[in-house]
Design a protein around this ligand. Structure first.
Ligand code: ATP
Length: 386
C-alpha cells in the first residue's frame, strides 16, 4: 500500500530528529559521537550519535542490514569505527582492545562450549580475569540463581533446552558484572512461547542488576515491550530515538510509522483550513478532517497516518470522519480481528477491531471511522508535522 511513501526521508542530522527525546544524558554509560563505519567502500553506518543512560535498556531496532549489529560490535571493539568516537563510562575506547573493555555479550546462537559443563561455561570469563576459586563458585552460583537455573552446574549444554541454554549464555555474560551488556537478537532462535517468557526474564534480570543493556532486534514487539529507549535505524542511519510510546504514537518519519505497527498512510492535499483543523482531500477520493499541530496551508501535500487500532469499525457512527469500504480480507484472531478494507482508488487500509459478536467477512461493505485527533500528519518529505 502506497509504496512510494515507504522510502525513508533522510533526517538532516541525528541530533535534529523530530520527535527525538533529547533530554541530555549526564555521564552516559555509552556514548557515540558522529560515528561512521565502513566495510571497505561500503558505508554501513553514518551520522550515528547516541547517549545511553546508565542502567537503561536501549534497543536498536530496524530491518535486516540497517547496521544494528555493526553498532553493537563497535561497542565491543569487534568492528573499528571509521569516523567519530565511542566512550564507555566516560572513557574513550577507540584504542582499547576487546579484552580490556568490560562488556558482556549474548548472541543469537548461544555460543556455549559444548563439551564444558554449565559451571565451566559460566565461569569462563572469571577464570580469565584471575578470580579466586571460592569466589568463582560463589559468583557462578549467584548468576545461575539469577537466570533461574540453580543447581545446573554439572550439566552439559546438550542436556538443556534452547531457552535454558540462552539463560546460561546470559549468566556467562553477567557473571563478571560488566559495565554494559550487549545482546544481539538473543531470542530469535527460540520458539514463540519461549521468546515471550525470555523477554520478561531478561528485562527482570536487567532491572535487578541495574546493568546498562543494549539489545538488537528487528522485532517491533520485542522492542516495544522491553525497552526504555528505542533507536529506530534504517539504511545505516537513525530515524528516531524515543521511548516505546513516543516512537509508536509520534513516529518521526514515514519509515518509523510503517516499520512499527504497519500504520495506514493516506496521502492527500490540504483542501481547507479552519485554525488547526484541516480538511484533507485524500488521494483515495474522500475528504476527511484532521487536527494539525500547526496551521496548514491549502494546497500542501500531506500524509495522514492512522494506526489500525484507531480505525473504528463497529463504532464508526460516533466518529467525525466516516468512510465506506469493502472488506478484502479478514484475519480472525479470537477476541479480535484484523480487516483489510478497500476505501476506493485501490487504497487499502488495515483496521484492528475487538470482536463482540459477528465477524465481518470478505466482500462485505462496512463503515470505518476515525477522529480528527486520531492521526499523525507527515509533510511532503515524510517527516512528522510538529
Ligand atoms: P541483520 O538484522 O540482518 O543482522 P543488521 O541491521 O544487524 O542486519 P549489519 O549486520 O550491521 O546489519 O550490516 C549492515 C550492513 O553492512 C549490511 O549491508 C551488511 O551486508 C554489511 N556488512 C556487515 N558486515 C560486513 C562485513 N564484514 N563486510 C562487508 N559488509 C558487511
Amino acid at each position: 500500500m502506497h509504496d512510494s511513501l515507504h522510502t525513508s526521508p533522510r533526517p538532516a542530522a541525528a541530533g535534529a530528529l523530530p520527535g527525538t527525546d533529547l533530554a541530555p544524558v549526564r555521564q552516559p554509560a555509552v556514548e557515540f559521537r558522529d560515528i561512521a563505519i565502513a566495510y571497505g567502500r561500503f558505508m554501513a553506518v553514518r551520522d550515528f550519535s547516541l547517549a545511553i543512560r546508565k542502567g537503561s535498556f536501549v534497543t536498536l531496532l530496524g530491518p535486516s542490514g540497517c547496521g544494528k549489529t555493526t553498532i553493537l560490535r563497535s561497542i565491543a571493539g569487534l568492528v573499528d569505527v571509521t569516523e567519530g568516537q565511542i566512550s564507555i563510562g566516560g572513557r574513550r575506547v577507540d584504542d582499547v582492545p576487546i579484552y580490556k573493555r568490560n562488556i558482556g555479550l549474548v548472541f543469537q546462537s548461544y555460543a556455549l562450549f559444548p563439551h564444558k559443563s554449565v559451571f565451566d561455561n559460566v565461569a569462563f570469563g572469571l577464570k580469565y580475569r584471575k578470580v579466586s576459586k571460592p569466589e568463582i563458585a560463589r559468583r557462578v552460583g549467584k548468576a545461575l540463581e539469577m537466570v533461574r537455573l540453580p543447581g545446573s552446574e554439572r550439566k552439559l549444554p546438550s542436556q538443556l533446552s534452547g531457552g535454558q541454554q540462552q539463560r546460561i549464555a546470559l549468566a556467562r555474560a553477567i557473571v563478571f558484572e560488566p559495565e554494559v551488556l550487549l545482546m544481539d537478537e538473543p531470542l530469535s532462535a527460540l520458539d514463540a512461547n519461549m521468546r515471550e517468557e525470555m523477554r520478561v526474564e531478561i528485562k527482570k534480570i536487567q532491572k535487578e542488576t541495574g546493568i546498562t543493556a543494549i539489545f538488537v532486534t528487528h522485532d517491533q514487539e520485542e522492542a516495544l515491550s522491553m525497552s526504555d529507549q528505542i533507536v529506530v535505524m534504517n539504511a545505516g542511519r537513525i530515524e528516531q530515538i524515543g521511548t516505546p510510546e513516543q516512537v509508536y504514537a509520534e513516529p518521526a518519519t514515514a519509515f518509523v510509522a510503517d516499520f512499527l505497527g504497519k500504520a495506514n498512510m493516506l496521502p492527500g492535499t490540504v483542501a481547507a483550513v479552519d485554525g488547526l483543523v484541516a480538511t484533507i482531500a485524500l488521494a483515495a477520493g474522500r475528504s476527511v478532517t484532521a487536527l494539525s499541530p500547526r496551521v496548514l496551508a491549502p494546497g500542501e501535500s500531506i500524509t495522514l497516518v492512522v494506526r489500525p487500532q484507531k480505525l473504528q469499525v463497529a463504532a464508526a457512527g460516533a466518529c467525525a470522519n466516516r468512510l465506506a469500504g469493502k472488506i478484502v480480507s479478514t484475519s480472525y484472531l479470537g477476541g479480535s480481528a484484523v480487516y483489510e478494507i478497500d476505501i476506493g482508488q485501490g487504497s487499502v487500509v488495515r483496521a484492528y477491531a475487538l470482536i463482540d459478536g459477528k465477524v465481518a467477512r470478505e466482500g462485505e461493505t462496512v463503515e470505518i471511522g476515525f477522529d480528527p485527533a486520531a492521526c499523525v500528519l507527515l509533510d511532503a518529505q515524510g517527516r512528522r508535522i510538529a
